[in-house]
Design a binder for this molecule. Structure first.
Ligand code: NAI
Length: 382
């Protein structure tokens, strides 16, 4: 099967590399000739490095499977086309419409969107049943997780076919309902949002929260370091999009602290400043040595994360097994959140949330009905 990729940016090039390495001939299309040229050079350099490291046998063999095109007509013989262009619904809809004119009737059309509804993209197509979400993580060649998202119009047989294909590509697929943020970008929100809230309330500073979440809770990066690493142009925008898409559910409310960073152009590591200042010679702020607050910070952020995972399970966003895979493979959490809840005890987690709800009287802290049920019945999730 020939695979088509629309968009040769960070994600398109990465997905193209994965498909070609798995043995497919790959057609990469971009409407920006310079971007296409850059992708071609970068792919050749990346494959050369992989060959030197002994990870692949022949960079040339893989490179020969690529063709680069400035016209959608190049997709004519593709069996699967994956779109990874700018995150704008109208642009995506228009491109899907164009592609549909040149591909065969059984060509599968996939979108790598992080935040748009697959159903709305499918609705722009003449054959919406062939449209599906394939959400890779950045960098696509290194991150194992792929969220498969059927639109409400998608032919159900496609789900199994895509799952099989992703396994062949060496990926770890999970299936997510077409809801805002799918699995990872929804369930991970409190890791950022609750940490910021704790900081804004003056309970602990960023260095202390980061220190606690890594050394006590076992996360690879603290929330502020991670947000700076992802970039506030990406992380804040995802938060705001998820918040709007959930009809302004206060659980996902963005923060002014992060919005101001974005407005200032303090995008994080890539711009030299975010929550932290990365300018040479600037000392990193120290975490307080008083760790009395550690238990409170971990319990609060963890309870919010677990509640989000449990609620996603309750609302049928994904199976329990897929939720666990998504959070450990997609964002490298030290444990699946449902298993973490079982270990901690649903009743203990619920007590933290109910305590916060009692204190703040904010809907943000409402516990999922499923968490409450498990706490009452003393049941486990996994
Ligand atoms: P990017 O900005 O690096 O690349 C986008 C590419 O699409 C550019 O080369 C651009 O020239 C091309 N393009 C734009 N409009 C086009 C059109 N009408 N026709 C053909 N080509 C067009 O963007 P990136 O980061 O690769 O993201 C692409 C998609 O992947 C977005 O939907 C994004 O939400 C999603 N995504 C991004 C992730 C990330 O961490 N960057 C992670 C997972 C998904």
């Amino acid at each position: 099967m020939i695979v088509g990729i629309i968009g040769s940016g960070a994600m398109g090039a990465g997905i193209a590399q994965v498909a070609a390495t798995a043995g497919h001939n790959v057609v990469v299309y971009d409407n920006n000739a310079a971007a296409l040229e850059k992708a071609k050079k970068n792919l050749a350099a990346t494959l050369q490095k992989l060959q030197e490291k002994g990870k692949i046998t022949s960079a040339d063999d893989i490179m020969q499977r690529f063709s680069f095109a400035g016209e959608v007509s190049a997709f004519a013989d593709c069996g699967l086309v994956i779109e990874a262009i700018v995150e704008k619904i109208e642009v995506k809809k228009a491109v899907f419409g164009e592609v549909e004119k040149v591909v065969s009737a059984d060509c599968i059309l996939a979108s790598n969107t992080s935040s748009l509804s697959i159903t709305s993209i499918a609705a722009a197509c003449e054959k919406p049943d062939r449209v599906i979400g394939l959400h890779f993580f950045n960098p696509a060649p290194l991150m194992a997780l792929v969220e498969i998202i059927p639109a409400i119009q998608t032919d159900v047989a496609l789900i199994g076919r895509m799952k099989e294909l992703m396994l062949k590509w060496g990926k770890t697929p999970v299936i997510a309902k077409d809801t805002p943020g799918f699995i990872v970008n929804r369930v991970a929100r409190p890791f950022y949002g609750e940490a910021i809230r704790i900081m804004e309330e003056g309970i602990a500073d960023i260095a202390t929260i980061d220190h606690i979440m890594t050394s006590v809770a076992g996360f690879k990066m603290g929330p502020f370091t991670l947000m700076d690493y992802i970039g506030h142009d990406v992380n804040y925008v995802v938060t705001e999009t998820v918040f709007q898409s959930f009809f302004y559910d206060p659980r996902y409310k963005p923060s002014f602290s992060q919005k101001r960073l974005l407005e200032a152009g303090w995008l994080g590591r890539k711009s030299g400043r975010g929550f932290y200042n990365y300018a040479e010679g600037t000392p990193s702020p120290d975490a307080t040595s008083d760790m009395d607050i550690a238990g409170y910070v971990v319990d609060r952020i963890l309870a919010m994360l677990i509640n989000e995972a449990v609620d996603a399970l309750y609302l049928g966003v994904a199976s329990a097994a897929d939720l666990e895979i998504a959070m450990t493979k997609g964002v490298n959490y030290p444990k699946g959140l449902l298993a973490w809840c079982d270990e901690w005890g649903a009743a203990n987690c619920l007590a933290v949330l109910d305590g916060l709800y009692e204190q703040y009287h904010e809907d943000r802290y409402r516990a999922s009905p499923l968490l409450r049920k498990h706490a009452i019945e003393n049941k486990k999730f996994v």
